[in-house]
Design a protein around this ligand. Sequence first.
Ligand code: FUB
Length: 340
Amino acid sequence: APKATEAMAKNNSEQVRSGKAEPLVTDIYTADPSAHVFDGKLYIYPSHDVEAGIPQNDNGDHFDMRDYHILSMDEVGGEVTDHGVALSVKDIPWAGRQLWAPDAAFKDGKYYLYFPLKDKQDIFRIGVATSDNPAGPFTPEPQPIEGSFSIDPAVYADDDGSYYMYFGGIWGGQLQRYEGDEYSPEDTYPADDAPAVSPRVAKLSDDMLSFAEPVREIELLDENGDPLLTGDNDRRFFEAAWVHKYDGKYYFSYSTGDTHKIVYATGDNPYGPFTYQGVILKPVEGWTNHHSIVQFNGKWYLFYHDSSLSGGQTHLRSVKMTELKYRKDGSIIPIDPYME
Ligand code: FUB
């Protein structure tokens, strides 16, 4: 018996699943998919990638997206509906440029679309827009959410009716310009042996339009309970936070950015701390990696993107989905997006 257990443990640690998939839509480029089940259907809230003709740089200027299209499907593998323009930068009063990775939430009959956008001073803020329909069109609030900053909002609806927004991204996402929640125009990164820049979380107010409390920093820890360090590029936070709950535990997943992985950490409450567990998705074609995780009709799915349809152009991506599986101990079996 001990032999069998050892063999199983070894298999588990080496196990990788194939996540090979085709783009959900091919007539437009889509990225950063935030998936939700609303009204018994799968709705996907992606970025809408376009060729803006802006040369690639570390600031992410080439990601110059101007609107959002929402996708939906009644069943996995079924027809994907593109619901057209749901919100456009030209209709957002405080807009500067660049509509990046959005998310959505539903509460008391209303849908909320949360989006990062640079304001007229070229500083990323997070906005919110509302609709009676999950596919929009969405009407933006006149101002960004007070106290919001950086990019990649992800809103988690907890079982007790509380909603939490997770956000932040370094480099082009400007999170390194905040000490606590104070802005400074300088890009400041902690030393390689110091704790890495932290993602942020805040509970949302009852009306879903503002933060109900001061923004908190999230602690991401290693197996010894020590903070993940700036130099630990394989594990430290870069961008693209997502939270889901599995078997009573909170799973905080994110992109490691310049090492191009989606990884996860787990914790006992929505504020963390979260302890690093492992890789969910190996690098995809294109520089960025960004995902969401949702349960639909009893199965779990990973939504992600890659640049295969555009022949590897980093700013022209396509949303894909694949099944996600857990081991008995709650760990996630890593996915290789190109394994046959
Ligand atoms: O799509 C623009 C940015 O690229 C997103 O906000 C990041 O997460 C990365 O995917």
